[in-house]
Design a binder for this molecule. Sequence first.
Ligand code: GLY
Length: 401
Amino acid sequence: MNKWITNEILTSHPKPSRQEIEAAMACCIDKTLLMLRDFGDAFPGPASSHGFYIPGSNRSWTSGFWTGEVWLAYENEKNEARKEELKAGGLRHVASFMERIRTRDDVDHHDMGFLYTPSCVAAFKLTGSAQGREAALMAADQLLTRFQEVGGFLQAWGEMGAPDNYRFIIDCLLNLPLLYWAFEETRQTRYKEIADRHLHTAMTWGIREDNSTWHTVFMNPVTGDFDHGATCQGYRDGSAWARGQAWGVYGTAMAYRYTHREEYREAFTRVTSYFLEHLPADLCPYWDLTFSDADGADEPRDSSSAAIAACGMLEMSRHLEGAQAEFYADTAQRLVKALIDGYQSRSAQESNGQLLHGTYSKKSPYNTCTQEGVDECVIWGDYFFMEALNRLLKPDWEIYW
Ligand code: GLY
């Protein structure tokens, strides 16, 4: 067996028909409504337990994805009564996000974009929610407080300036759209300046020579230079954590969307090539791209990475032309078809999530994470799966990001 996927295997995978995409989305909407009724105003945690999310409070970096699912379901639902139910649920969530940022509850980290873009920016764009707009602008201001002048980056985690956390992480590329949105909304240049500076640092130091990405990058707090790269959730420091690479795919697409810088377009093609070249034959990555069908068949997958990368390729195909645009749009569709056929949960008895076989954090002898959510649904996997379906159904979709 080949160690890595070949272009022939990739292009031999079929694309989904419109009917298949519509059926997959219909199933997601049904499941979203069921869970909304079951959870009321509670939020799921990052990952399911034996296939089922458990209701909890609006905490962690992930609760925005649940509200994002509600908005995607709202956008795609045809029945007026169900649509109203989804809208009312989404707006109740927005009130919770306002309370969270107002009371500064669990917001001392960089994940303001993950939290406030698919929830509150989406609510504002879809319904004109003034509360959504205000909460999202407050979250953007909170994100600005994470900026480190020396090194020019948004510090991901921990106390500001703490030597063991003087770093940014690849995931942060998806937090930047909140700052670009805040700039477009207010015309205050500080949002864009800081987003641009973080992008420059992340693009300079986050992508390795072989086109894989560092999960986390430590900067020197005195000189502002690159210090060293390290993983937290990947297998080991030098390997490519699948989701980090997927954040890189979508993140470089967003970087290009907001700046139109040629080097970011090039970064997208590099990072995406690495991701695609390291997929197993069924197009759903192992949790770290170091594993392949040949030697990693016992390792769990991370289906969320395929969904995130598909969204990134669909986004980038909007900004490219001709054969290149077609290649990324087609490839994204092949990934989505693989997810529909092999990973989507279609029964409420099996799971209250949408996408099976995600991996949040798997402990290895070489990484620093705590094991959580291995071979489970993960809430951002559910969200990005729905976003990918939505993008395929509505090529001109006004994105939340
Ligand atoms: N942003 C954290 C993760 O992808 O697990």
